[in-house]
Design a protein around this ligand. Structure first.
Ligand code: SF4
Length: 252
């Protein structure tokens, strides 16, 4: 089996614990307005690679990954779930720490086959990094092209599975920084017993040139980058709500 791979970063330090090999999968059904990887959207592009070829690349630098491992990101890695499962199964046989960075958009609890595949994938997954882009489904759809009901259901599925989760949220001025949304988001995250970490990141415009190269109009043309102060304020609202919920639900 081969997967469509956009690119590989050998020494990633922000996509999971430790130093990691970060594999960018090609293809994504979302269209997040702030996406800085629009070149990963199209299906059937990139380089076709086998799991063994990717793991051979890992082996070349494996001494650097002793506290890290492999993170798969994209694009949306779960779109290629069969290949992803083969890759992570082989990685676990080598005792490599595995992390999936996902939007959760492919989660469909009504699909028996889809759930069987996901359950199997989870057997070889140590950590999920889940991007929660907006707590309000209507706003989420406006921002990404999809509602968020199945994404929040995916978060609940992960909690039932006791799968360690690391949540990410991007603060976009005027779009994802309103207090009510941040409080609800913090409350939801705080209620997850499997929460291991939370990253609150500021929106940046580093991907704008890729849109120009691809001839795609940039959707957030007039939106400024989030300042450090705006990110700090958003973080505080999320954390206050998160801590309150954890005290109420878990007593700590
Ligand atoms: S889910 Fe990720 S790769 Fe897909 S559009 Fe959104 S930010 Fe980009």
């Amino acid at each position: 089996m081969t997967g469509y791979i956009h690119s590989v970063e050998s020494f990633g330090t922000v996509d999971g614990p430790g130093i990691r090999m970060v594999i960018f999968f090609q293809g994504c059904p979302m269209r997040c307005k702030y996406c800085h990887n629009p070149d990963t959207w199209a299906y059937g592009k990139g380089t076709q690679m086998t799991a063994d070829e990717l793991l051979e690349q890992y082996d070349k630098n494996k001494e650097f990954y002793s506290n890290g491992g492999i993170t798969v990101t994209g694009g949306e890695p779960l779109v290629q779930i069969d290949f992803l499962t083969e890759l992570l199964e082989k990685a676990k046989k080598r005792d490599i720490h595995t992390c999936i960075d996902t939007s959760g958009v492919t989660f469909n609890p009504d699909s028996v086959q889809g759930m069987e595949k996901l359950d199997r994938l989870m057997e070889f997954t140590d950590l999920i990094m889940l991007d929660l882009k907006h707590f309000d489904s209507g706003e989420h759809k406006e921002l990404t092209g999809h509602g968020n009901e199945n994404i929040l259901a995916f978060a609940s599925y992960l909690e039932k599975k006791r799968k360690p989760v690391w949540i990410r949220h991007v603060v976009v001025p005027g779009i994802t920084d309103n207090i009510s949304h941040l409080e609800k988001l913090g409350g939801f995250i705080g209620g997850l017993s499997n929460l291991k970490a939370l990253d609150v990141l500021g929106y940046h415009t580093l991907g704008v040139n890729k849109y120009k190269e691809l001839g795609i109009p940039y959707p957030l043309e007039n939106v400024p980058q989030a300042s450090a102060d705006e990110v700090m304020k958003a973080k505080k609202v999320i954390y206050d709500s998160l801590i309150k919920t954890r005290k109420e639900k878990f007593g700590k």
